[in-house]
Each structure stands twice: as C-alpha cells, then as structure tokens.
Design a protein around this ligand. Structure first.
Ligand code: PLP
Length: 360
C-alpha cells in the first residue's frame, strides 16, 4: 500500500532499502539486536560507518584529501558551523543569493560578525533564476564563496559550478547531492542534510578539504569542529547511528543502479517529462527560467489557484501525497528525488491531465 510521495523532506526512500532495513531490524548481522541498540564504538557499528563512508567516497569520487564527517544539527547547523570553522571575526565571505536557503546561510554569517558580500542576488527575478556564469567576481581575500546549488523551495538549480579561483567554494547540497555526478575537487566544502536524497533526518554529511581543517575558532562547538570530528571519525559523541546505517544502504542502492550517471539519466528523464507536460498544458505553469529549473523540486501553479486545496486533496486520495507548495510560495510542488521512479512522475502527469480536463 505504498503511495507516490512527493514530499520535499524528509522525503521518500527507495522501497528496497526500507524492506531490507525492516527485514533486519530486530536482528542485525546476527547480533540478536537491532542496529538501533548497539554501541557506536562496537566493531559492528564502526564497520558499518566505515562502509558508508567508503561507499560515499566511491559513488561521489571523493579524493583522499577530503574528510567525510557524519554530524548532527542538520544543514541549518552548518550555516553557523561553517563560519566557526573557516573564518576569524571580521573576515570577508562571499555569497550568491538564489532564494530562501541561501538567505538563511547569509543571515547566519552576518550574525557572526563577518564582512558579508552578496555577489549576486536574484531578487529582481523573484528568485526564479541563477546568476549567469561569469557575471560576478569573487573577492580574492574572501574566506570562501558560499552558494546553494539547488533551492528546494523555489525549485531553482545551478546548471554549472561557479568559478571561485583560489577561494574555497562552499555548497549547501542538501537537495541535490547524489542526483548527478559532480566534480568534488572543485569544492572546499560540501554539506547536506540527509533527509532529501540520502537517508533519514538527523544526519548531516560534511565533505571538507583537509587544508581547511586548521582554521576553526577556539570557541567552535566541539561537535561541529571539523578537525576534532575528523580526528575522532565523527565519534566525539554518539553519532546518528541509524542515519549512518541507512545512508550506507541507500548508497549501495545508488551504486547497484549504476551510480550517479544512472541517477542523472533517471532524474533528467523525470524532470523533462514533468516540465514538458507543464509547459505544453497551458493550464499549469512553472515560473523558473528554463536553464535554472531544478531536477529535484518542481513548483507549479494551476490557472485556477482557488482550486489548489481541491487539487491537493484529490491527488492525496489518488495516492499522490505531499503536493502542497511551500507555505511561503503557495501553489503545488512535486519533489522528485532519486527514490521517485519515473512511474510516479507519470502517475502525477496522468492525474494533472485528468484534473485539467475536469476543471480547466
Ligand atoms: C532542507 C534544506 C535545509 C535545511 O536542512 P535541515 O536539515 O532542516 O537543517 C538547508 N538547505 C537546503 C538547500 C535544504 O533543502
């Protein structure tokens, strides 16, 4: 009795992963205990965390000069943790502002007394596009350039990696990580809350280049201190064990499906089907510039927006759930992360076709 779940996060997970986790929940690896009940310092869990890290390195192509950290506090925690780790008070930091998640990262940097420069701000387009490549210039003395490759609320995604010269590039990849191959070497730091595309909430993955590990302020909270956490294999305190376990299973699922190239093919096909339908319909619309449309989050409106509640209720009754738009945007939003199959998108398109026929 599974539905097609279009939640923006926590989001749907691959069915095979849920089944596998369920089947071994009460007796994990012959221990007579679940993975939820074992010590994080025991050999079984230490091996499980090492496997998850090794798979992440393999699937994403992460070099040995990067540390992989399994932290808590979500991506939002990193909005504050990054300035603590990478700057001294008064340092200059550069940002690109493409929407609500960028804005939150910018506010956190401002709270910490940094000299914040917003190199590009897409307010003029109401945050429906990305700045053109080469249209902004990074300050050579900036501690880093921060951007949000995919804005989960606005459905705006960069089609390129910004050029930052020798300035470390920092990316909030919460809603796009694992959706397509990326060149990790272009980045100083990548972070992502797991609950969009890599697992349950409660786990935040940080991938940080080693040369950035010696800059933390002395008062950095220890559980967010990258160098301290790297030295302790993310086990300075109890890590989010179930999240790490499930991340490993999801990465195995990604690998078995053909890795990030296969994910990109699937995701491109789903996005093309849904945007293609919306653009051709005349009844539905998506406001985002075509070169900046997200493969993961597709906000859309219908011509009769007084019917939005009806649309969402009827979709839910038809087994298509969590389609209400973000409270700040209205309309509808379909999040179509890795775990959403093409059939789910096709079922949504069929429903939208029928809804338009009855109401358009
Ligand atoms: C969901 C999301 C966040 C917030 O993640 P939390 O884990 O709730 O802190 C931050 N940035 C982006 C791009 C997101 O999609």
């Amino acid at each position: 009795m599974r539905v097609h779940n279009f939640s923006s996060g926590p989001a749907m997970l691959p069915f095979e992963v849920l089944e596998a986790a369920a089947s071994e929940l009460s007796d994990w690896r012959g221990s007579g205990m679940s993975v939820l009940e074992v010590s994080h310092r025991g050999k079984d869990f230490v091996a499980c965390a090492a496997e998850a890290e090794a798979l992440l390195r393999e699937v994403m192509g992460i070099g040995d000069n990067y540390k992989v950290l399994f932290l808590q506090g979500g991506a939002s925690g990193q909005f504050d943790a990054i300035p603590f780790n990478l700057t001294a008070a008064g340092d200059r930091v550069d940002f690109l502002n493409t929407g609500q998640w960028s804005a939150k990262a910018i506010s956190a940097a401002k709270r910490q007394g940094l000299e914040v420069s917003v190199l590009a701000d897409q307010a003029d387009s109401k945050y429906t596009d990305t700045p053109a490549a080469g249209s902004f210039e990074v300050h050579p003395d900036a501690a880093y350039l921060h951007y949000t490759p995919n804005e989960t609320i606005g459905g705006v995604e960069f089609g390129y990696i910004p050029e930052s010269g020798s300035v470390p590039l920092v990316a909030d990849m919460s809603s796009t990580i694992l959706s397509r191959p990326i060149d990790v070497n272009r980045y100083g730091l990548i972070y992502a809350g797991a609950q969009k595309n890599m697992g349950p909430s409660g786990l935040c993955v940080v991938i940080v280049r080693e040369d950035l590990l010696d800059k933390a302020r002395p008062n950095t909270p220890s559980v967010w201190n990258y160098a301290a956490m790297a030295a302790a294999d993310s086990m300075l305190n109890t890590p989010p064990t179930f999240g790490v376990y499930l991340l490993g299973k999801i990465l195995q699922w990604v690998k078995d499906a053909g890795g990030l190239t296969a994910m990109a093919d699937r995701n491109r096909a789903k996005a093309e089907a849904l945007y293609g339908f919306i653009d051709a319909s005349g009844y539905y619309s998506n406001p985002v510039a075509t070169d900046s449309r997200s493969w993961m989050n597709v906000p859309f409106r219908q011509a009769k927006d007084e019917l939005d509640k009806t649309f969402v209720a009827e979709a839910t009754a038809a087994g298509l759930t969590n389609l209400a738009g973000h409270r700040s945007v209205g309309g509808m939003r379909a999040s179509i992360y890795n775990a959403m199959p093409l059939e789910g998108v096709q079922a949504l398109i069929d429903f939208m076709t029928d809804f338009e026929r009855r109401n358009g």
